[in-house]
Design a protein around this ligand. Structure first.
Ligand code: XMP
Length: 211
């Protein structure tokens, strides 16, 4: 099953609710992060949860274990179903997020390799592969891997086996839903849906790549 996940990086509550209303029937979950939460407040999570879709908190948490746990606890109390954490901080920090997520009945995904060009400067190749292996050992639910580099997704899949892969980078960053959909568990699409002239139509078109 390949889900369609909307990256809802608009800046106001009004835009967020409007886009969610238009697109929700074609989505499997909604991902929000700093742009919307800093613009609209954490309470936006509760409002979006009313659409009945799982909500993913993309805060790319990257701190010491205690701080990671405190952040994760807030996230799940606010109504999120999953959290994204960075992996480069190491296994103790990642485990802290995973445990907080599982204690709350939620999921934790670990960023293994990012989708933008700058990701190649520090956190790709061997380091990304080590992070993916660590995510498995830490009992994470899956990893984040770049739809912009299908060859890397294939390599990371060999490492994580049946754990989930959620992939950003489709559309605006150049990744192709058609090329990547059958390799991953979740397509993360932001601007190509919420900035489209007709977001409902764009979401419907991406939803056709769900497997
Ligand atoms: P666009 O507008 O490019 O939005 O479709 C992509 C969304 O995904 C986030 N993003 C990432 N998140 N690892 C992550 O955890 C990544 O490599 C990555 N690349 C993009 C981005 O913040 C936006 O919400």
């Amino acid at each position: 099953m390949t889900d369609l996940i909307l990256a809802l990086d608009v800046l106001t509550r009004e835009e967020a609710i409007e886009i969610a209303e238009k697109t929700a029937p074609c989505l499997d979950s909604i991902k929000i992060g700093y742009p919307l939460v800093l613009g609209a407040g954490l309470s936006i999570a509760g409002e979006l949860a009313e659409f009945g879709l799982p909500l993913i908190a993309d805060f790319k948490v990257a701190d010491i274990p205690n701080t990671n746990r405190l952040i994760a606890e807030h996230v799940f109390e606010a109504g999120f179903s999953a959290i994204i954490t960075q992996g480069f901080t190491g296994s103790d920090s990642v485990t802290s997020c995973v445990e907080a997520a599982h204690d709350a009945g939620g999921e934790c995904y670990v960023v293994a390799e990012m989708s933008h060009p700058g990701a190649l400067e520090f956190l790709s190749g061997e380091n990304a592969e080590k992070i993916a292996g660590m995510a498995v050992k830490c009992n994470a639910d899956g990893i984040i891997a770049p739809a912009t580099r299908p060859d890397r997704v294939r390599k990371l899949r060999e490492i994580i086996g049946s754990k989930k892969i959620l992939s950003p980078g489709i559309g605006a960053q150049g990744g192709s839903a058609k090329d990547i959909a059958n390799m991953i568990d979740g397509m993360i699409v932001g601007r190509s849906i919420y900035q489209a002239e007709d977001p409902a139509k764009a979401a419907r078109e991406y939803s056709e790549f769900r497997r």
